[in-house]
Design a protein around this ligand. Sequence first.
Ligand code: FPP
Length: 241
Amino acid sequence: MVKKLNFKNPPNHLAIIMDGNGRWAEKRNLDRIEGHIEGIRSLRTVTAAAIEYGIKYLTVYAFSSENWQRPKAEVASLMRLLEEYLNLELPFLIKNKIRLNFMGNIEKLSKNSKKTLLNVTGRTKKFGSLCLTLALSYGSREEILTAALRMAKDVKNNKINIKDADENLFSSYLYSKDMPDPDFLIRTSGERRISNFMLYQIAYSEIYFTKTLWPDFGKKELIRALRDYEKRVRRFGKTQD
Ligand code: FPP
């Protein structure tokens, strides 16, 4: 019998910068898109494992606002993959009661991608076993600036009083308004930077870097990362007592 793994205190919210698809493909003399296809496989594995290990929120960096500057053909392939992923994944999401969510400036997506995305988020919005958020056309600085401008507008229009402006109120203007901050952030591929991802929300997140390229990141790697997380002592700026 396979022993069921237990994590005493798994992260409630796991965020992942899925990096290294391109290098994975180049190492094999394949087109970069093959790396993204394998990357989707890893995403599927990690999503299923997240439910198994009691994680409630999984947020993944699928396409940054800077990624629009990649060669046109790669951007087009990524958009096509996104649509395919969403259509193929819908039965899995429904079966496993996963809510699909997004954050980012989706106005920039193609009409079809946007339509498919809204269809899937709409059809899964009542589910609660896991909230899977795709950061799409997402950039943290843009998110913070937009939030600040919207809040300033609400002050100007007397919708809110500037005296009530605190961190909680400001957070409600961010894309992440309905979710807790990430407890744990993983970045694959050996790069050790944040690349404009959830800068406001990761203030107290534990961070884990691995050299493994995202397409090679499976259940074993996730377990290793979660074991590492288990050992962390989180103090949130206070002392341990
Ligand atoms: C980084 O690899 C990854 C991305 C730019 C996007 C992540 C995308 C996927 C996992 C697949 C698509 C997912 C959806 C839901 C459409 P990279 O290309 O930056 O790799 P490199 O740094 O090795 O070049």
